[in-house]
Design a protein around this ligand. Structure first.
Ligand code: SAH
Length: 216
């Protein structure tokens, strides 16, 4: 399956839709315009690739809604060459957006099959990242500190351990909540013992699972 004019046309409509919903950063809109999202979905869902919706990617997981991806990305105020840690690699779509923005991307996935699939797939379409199989709650102390941390699954509470792996002045975005919806939190690390926390609306994510690095 290649990228075609048809796909590009559908992508343009998606970008218009997302910008109407409030995404104003042109670099993020350009990233969405450039990424062939249809290649991230199972063939059965190919016709849905450019709707602004989340979709199943196998193993009971989802590829996030493009608007949500853009919203989290926009909150982080990213600059080229910053070092970012993503928790929940999933399909790799969010990681591709980060690569389009020229970031240095470290991404963790706890699900073995998804990890293997995306580690092969993303570089095959030009997006090189550091892929790690493991538990996102632990972060990546070996590569810390990070300028930014982006959590793409719903955390029951703010993962304090990860704030320790942020640079002073760094930012973390995390959807927090245990039910069907989570409240988007932006955490700015002011000093080693002071953070500024703000919230940014309700979203729906698959849960961030703790102490579970396996195949279910
Ligand atoms: N960023 C992804 C979104 C995938 S959904 C994309 O763009 O497609 C969230 C992902 O988080 C799932 O793949 C799930 O397996 C993973 N996940 C859940 N808990 C995790 C944890 N503790 N550590 C790492 N990954 C986790």
């Amino acid at each position: 399956m290649k990228d075609s004019f048809l796909h590009k046309g559908l992508r343009k409509k998606l970008v218009d839709e997302i910008s109407k919903k409030g995404i104003t950063d042109s670099k993020i809109l350009d990233a969405i315009m450039n990424i062939p999202r249809h290649l991230f979905l199972d063939n059965a869902f190919i016709n849905f690739a450019y709707q602004d919706k989340a979709f199943p990617i196998g193993s009971g997981q989802t590829i996030s809604q493009p608007y949500t991806v853009a919203f989290q990305t926009q909150l982080l105020d990213l600059k080229p060459y910053q070092k970012i840690l993503e928790i929940g690699t999933g399909s790799g779509y969010q990681a591709a957006v980060l690569k389009e923005l020229k970031l240095d991307v470290y991404t963790i996935e706890r699900h073995k099959d998804l990890f293997k699939k995306t580690k092969e797939f993303l570089p095959s379409i030009g997006y090189e990242c550091m892929f790690i199989y493991g538990d996102g709650y632990k972060g990546l102390p070996k590569f810390a500190p990070f300028d930014k941390i982006l959590i793409t699954c719903g955390a029951p509470r703010i993962p304090e351990q990860l704030i320790k792996q942020l640079k002073i002045g760094g930012k973390m975005v995390v959807p927090v909540g245990e039910g069907d919806t989570q409240r988007m939190h932006l955490i700015e690390k002011i000093s080693d013992n002071e953070n500024k926390i703000s919230t940014h609306g309700e979203f729906s994510f698959v849960p961030m699972l703790e102490n579970r690095v396996d195949n279910d």
